[in-house]
Design a protein around this ligand. Structure first.
Ligand code: IPD
Ligand code: CA
Ligand code: CA
Length: 273
């Protein structure tokens, strides 16, 4: 469906339907593997991948390319694929929370985002365990199982429930978030580490968490969730307010009210506080 200008309402709703179909197909694959078992391989010392990740990704990519054969694909396990000069790029994490999945800890998701000319315009995050489907298209609001969702109204960090995560290079780098984690734990009402960035973003979007930060993310961890969060009234940045790149690794995502306080607390590291 070639388009010379910003995708219309109709196009966005067609893309959203494709993304939902693809996420549900992947969710079924993951649920099947929970019953039938899966093989674990190691990409690095603590970075796992299973055949469930790969099969779920196959189903997502097949579903998307069957509907939109000219579109580009960026998927965690296979890298780049699809057409080469399309203005559309689908960004896919077939299983966000692989470590949880591999241990039988029931907190993981399927995440699909769509970029148009480098702008994220659509996001779908599916929790196949709780059957919660988070969806958003730019300008059309954010939903969980079809019901509108909105960020919380909490205004201070000390009343906030925050969430964060740690990257797989935690043992190899000093920029491993442990300093931020301990400082934030003393300032917030609570800090959680769930193990699925896409669900963390969706939970901020639905008011279950008030803010989220992480230092080393990949585009597929964020692409779906940031649209859901923005459409739910939330704010996204890097570690500098007003600046965000899907390819920039750092993410601060909040209900908006506590954004500056969270950023200030992150920056207190350099001030030694
Ligand atoms: C990981 C999860 C985790 C985050 C890591 C990610 P994966 O993704 O989103 O919450 O802390 O940085 O790499 O490997 O399970 O798809
Ligand atoms: Ca991920
Ligand atoms: Ca993954």
């Amino acid at each position: 469906m070639p388009s010379m200008c910003f995708p219309s309402l109709l196009e966005r709703s067609i893309f959203l339907k494709t993304a939902i179909r693809a996420a549900e197909a992947a969710g079924t694959v993951l649920n099947d593997h929970v019953r039938s078992g899966f093989r674990i391989e190691y990409k690095a010392a603590i970075n796992l991948v299973t055949d469930a990740d790969r099969r779920a990704e196959d189903h997502i990519v097949q579903t998307i390319l069957a509907a939109h054969p000219s579109h580009r694909i960026l998927a965690e396990e296979r890298g780049q694929g699809g057409g080469t000069d399309s203005r559309y790029q689908w960004i896919i994490d077939p299983l966000d929370g692989t470590t949880n999945f591999a241990h039988g800890f029931p907190f993981y998701s399927v995440s699909i985002g769509l970029e148009y000319d480098g702008e994220c315009i659509l996001g779908v995050v599916l929790d196949p365990v709780r059957h919660e489907l988070f969806t958003a298209a730019i300008g059309q609001g954010a939903y969980m199982n079809g019901k509108p969702i909105h960020v919380s109204g909490i205004e201070t960090l000390d009343k906030s429930l925050l969430v964060t995560g740690f990257a797989y290079d935690i043992r190899e780098t000093a920029n491993n978030n442990l300093d931020h984690f301990s400082r934030m734990s003393l300032r917030a009402q609570g800090v959680r580490r769930t193990g699925s960035a896409a669900l963390d973003l969706s939970y901020v979007a639905s008011g279950r968490f008030d803010g989220y930060w992480e230092v080393t993310l990949s585009p597929w961890d964020m692409a779906g969730g940031i649209v859901i969060l923005r459409e739910a009234g939330g704010l996204v940045s890097g570690f500098t307010k007003g600046e965000f790149s899907l390819y920039g690794k750092e993410l601060v995502a909040t209900n908006g009210h506590i954004h500056d306080q969270l950023l200030d607390t992150l920056h207190q590291r350099s001030a030694g506080r």
